[in-house]
Design a protein around this ligand. Structure first.
Ligand SMILES: Nc1nc2c(ncn2[C@@H]2O[C@H](COP(=O)(O)OP(=O)(O)O)[C@@H](O)[C@H]2O)c(=O)[nH]1
Ligand SMILES: [Mg+2]
Length: 211
């Protein structure tokens, strides 16, 4: 226990393609459409109205930033992938947006969300490859744990992580019941403390100055 708490959270802004994101610590939610990215942000912040939960998937086209604890860090809601009814043009736009963001060096940490009930998708695998390629630290979060019996949760999360080709560990989470909230909040506390401890974080500065 590090005693870290999310005390305050509010919507900051939505950003499209470009580099108009706020400087600071970014913790980004990544995962396929409907896996529960927006719900996770709401659950962590204890505010069901913070990020919009869409009944129809594939709706978020922008990167949404939520300011937590007065600029201490940002929770970032990224548009999801894998929604079948999206045109090729839309998919390419999505890829450009995500890749631009991941390659910018602005992302401190990624929560890669997978569905605890299903095998990881091809999209999940590709996402993990991107994350590794761009060298962004990540934590796997196995969502919708409430949909599985308690005795199967830990095993299913581990199996999904293995199938994905990631280290065989995932935080088991349910936005419905709040399971995993303490553990993930603690993880956030460590990520934020870690980032603050680095006097000059090259990830937080504009990479163009380094070339
Ligand atoms: N049972 C259950 N449903 C969830 C959970 N997380 C999200 N959902 C539901 O899954 C759907 C998609 O959630 P949303 O957060 O909009 O997914 P996103 O597209 O990844 O942002 C909504 O109907 C949510 O209520 C969870 O932990 N358990
Ligand atoms: Mg969403």
């Amino acid at each position: 226990m590090n005693g870290f708490r999310i005390k305050k959270a509010s919507f900051l802004k939505s950003v499209g393609a470009g580099t108009d994101w706020p400087s600071g610590v970014h913790i980004a939610m990544v995962g396929r459409s409907n896996v529960g990215k927006s719900s996770l942000i709401n659950s962590l912040c204890g505010n069901s109205k913070l990020a919009r939960i869409s009944a129809s998937p594939g709706k978020t086209r922008l990167i949404n930033f939520f300011d937590v604890n007065d600029g201490s860090f940002y929770l970032v809601d990224l548009p999801g992938y894998g929604y079948a009814k999206v045109s090729k043009t839309e998919q390419e736009r999505w890829a450009g947006l995500i890749e631009g963001y991941l390659s910018s060096g602005a992302v401190t940490h990624i929560f890669l969300l997978i569905d605890i009930r299903h095998e990881p998708t091809e999209g999940d695998r590709q996402m993990l490859q991107w994350i590794i390629y761009y060298g962004v630290p990540f934590t796997l979060v196995a969502m919708k744990a409430d949909k599985l019996s308690k005795s199967r949760r830990a095993g299913a999360a581990k199996a999904a992580a293995k199938l994905l080709g990631a280290p065989p560990y995932a935080i088991v989470y349910s936005s419905e019941t709040g399971e995993g909230r303490e553990e993930l909040t603690e993880r956030i506390g460590s990520i934020v403390a870690d980032a603050a401890g680095r006097p000059e974080n090259p990830n937080l500065s504009d990479k163009t100055h380094l070339t």
